[in-house]
Design a binder for this molecule. Structure first.
Ligand code: MN3
Length: 202
């Protein structure tokens, strides 16, 4: 199998009370696992076998629904688990903080822009913070399992922070209160990881 479901970098209950245990179990064990299996089926026997997920998404034929939905679903959730931590929250520092301030005026300005992108994404999708070559960062959102690595999606660049706003990500605990879930996400953001991704992709 080309792609494997990654282990969570913390226990299922580690993000309580912000993200509940049952949601984490289903989200990782069922949803992400499903995207992983379906991605493997989509690339099996094609010349994409052995390619990295980043290369697959960057060169994606957007009319290939199986690859778009499951390749996106695989990549997006891999990032999502990594950018959360039970020791998260607070604010970034250093060069990432400077880039965020340059783009959004302040950390509060970023929080407002990112929360708005997440709250106003109609239906299912993701909010993103992306870095462009040269270090500029930008906030955007995308529908379904699309992401800015794919041709023509969102703001482009490389995602360094992503928030899943599909109902499966929050409905058990928050029902229709997506804004409460978005606020809770800020309590678990792993800014050390986001900063490392910024440094690696700027
Ligand atoms: Mn999801």
């Amino acid at each position: 199998m080309a792609f494997n479901l990654p282990e969570l970098p913390y226990a299922h209950d580690a993000l309580e009370p912000h993200i509940d245990t049952r949601t984490m179990e289903i989200h990782h064990g069922k949803h992400h696992n499903g995207y992983t299996n379906n991605l493997n089926n989509a690339v099996a026997g094609t010349d994409l076998e052995g390619s990295s997920i980043e290369d697959i998404l960057a060169g994606l034929d957007m009319s290939n629904g199986a690859l778009r939905n499951n390749g996106g679903g695989y990549y997006n959730h891999c990032l999502f688990w990594e950018v959360m931590s039970p020791d998260g929250g607070g604010e970034p520092s250093g060069e990432l903080a400077e880039a965020i301030t340059a783009a959004c005026g302040s950390f509060e300005g970023f929080k407002e822009a990112f929360s708005k992108a997440a709250a106003t994404r109609f239906g299912s999708g993701w909010a993103w913070l992306c870095v462009h070559d040269g270090g500029r960062v930008e906030v955007c959102s995308s529908p379904n399992q699309d992401n800015p690595l794919m041709p023509g999606v969102g703001c482009g660049g490389t995602p360094i922070l992503g928030l899943d706003v599909w109902e499966h990500a929050y409905y058990l605990n928050y029902q229709n209160r997506r804004p409460d879930y978005i606020s809770a996400f800020f309590e678990v953001i792993n800014w050390d990881k986001v900063s490392a991704l910024y440094a690696a992709n700027k």
